[in-house]
Write a protein that binds this ligand. Structure first.
Ligand SMILES: NC(=O)c1ccc[n+]([C@@H]2O[C@H](COP(=O)([O-])OP(=O)(O)OC[C@H]3O[C@@H](n4cnc5c(N)ncnc54)[C@H](OP(=O)(O)O)[C@@H]3O)[C@@H](O)[C@H]2O)c1
Length: 300
């Protein structure tokens, strides 16, 4: 359980955030710092998780109560054409974190993906649904889940999807920012036949914090409620900004016409069978979080 200072009620423990320069990692650092944790963080430059000896030295030296692993090779098409690199970072890198934690103690909170599913179900995937990874990225992430299950079964693996932050570098982040600041009103080619749940990284990081505080273990899905396709997501951004959508702004395309290297699940909305029932946590609806992100950006 999270240890707290008896006067301030704030945590006194150390959390090490890996991949801290990434979209989610940076937000996890902010949220855990705000909660009073003693946060140590490492960007890719500071610690490469493929270097097992270095990872072990960091963990032995810091003795963190928690390691939140947000590090990953997240470019899905790059992973498809560089499978060895994908497995080295996304699977072996995670094993490199598990082994010293097994020796030294400390809990792992690892981030996984909706892509462990093949997207054929056509309704939201829960934690107990069968996995079937299609791409090299997905296979490497699934391999990491297997390592965790066998080396550190008391860890927490959180599957997330379609992450964005109005200040981030991902495509969804740039779409929100480009339209809201009116610096890029398109045309955006948006995929009509892929459905998921756009999720703001702040909602994920806040939920990770609560799951740590509640000592959650196993696999848990953390995604916004509700689902949409990319065209619907794009239209919502324009509408929330009061801008009428025309073909000059959004062009609907089919996934198969983009001819990308890696296959993606056509339907990968995640739902959680565990968040509400076991931990009384309710994720916001995707549209509400999007509205909040747009308002935040407008305040700046
Ligand atoms: N973004 C999404 O929509 C999405 C969806 C499902 C699951 N996820 C998962 O969520 C997690 C966070 O993703 P994200 O969106 O925050 O990705 P991100 O922005 O690409 O962040 C990943 C970070 O990991 C770093 N990294 C790459 N190789 C590394 C290595 N060998 N050692 C240490 N760090 C390394 C990257 O650094 P460099 O960029 O400098 O290489 C980057 O800062 C990942 O596990 C990802 O698989 C993301």
């Amino acid at each position: 359980m999270v240890e707290k200072n008896s006067t301030t009620g704030r945590s006194t423990q150390t959390v090490l955030v890996l991949g801290a320069g990434g979209l989610l990692g940076a937000e996890v650092v902010r949220v855990f710092l705000d909660a009073g944790f003693h946060v140590k963080s490492a960007t890719h430059k500071e610690l490469d998780i493929t270097k097992g000896m270095d990872v072990a030295v960091w963990i032995e030296h810091l003795h963190p109560a928690y390691v939140v692993n947000c590090a990953a090779l997240s470019n899905v098409d790059h992973c498809e054409t560089h499978p060895d690199e994908a497995f080295n970072v996304n699977a072996q890198g995670v094993k490199n974190i598990c082994l010293p934690l097994d020796e030294n103690g400390g809990r792992l909170i690892h981030i996984s993906t909706d892509y462990v599913f093949d997207g054929q179900k056509n309704e939201p995937y829960g934690e107990s649904d069968a996995v079937h990874a299609l791409s090299q990225y997905a296979k490497s992430k699934l391999k990491a889940e297997e390592y965790i299950q066998s080396i550190l079964p008391d860890s927490l693996t959180v599957r997330v999807q379609w992450l964005y932050h109005e200040e981030g570098a991902s495509f969804a982040s740039q779409l929100v920012r480009g339209v809201t600041t009116q610096k890029n009103l398109g045309p955006y080619k948006l995929i009509q036949n892929r459905v998921g749940s756009p999720t703001h990284v702040q909602d994920v990081a806040q939920t990770l914090l609560q799951l740590v505080q509640k000592d959650a273990k196993g696999v848990i899905h953390v995604a916004s409620q509700g689902a949409c396709n990319w065209v619907e997501f794009g239209k919502a951004i324009f509408e929330l900004n009061g801008i009428a959508v025309t073909s000059q702004n959004i062009q609907a395309v089919l996934e198969e016409n983009l001819k990308r290297s890696a296959p993606r699940p056509p339907y990968s909305s995640l739902t959680s069978e565990r968040l509400q029932r076991e931990f009384s946590i309710e994720m916001p609806r995707w549209h509400d979080s999007l509205e909040r992100a747009i308002l935040n950006l407008k305040k700046e």
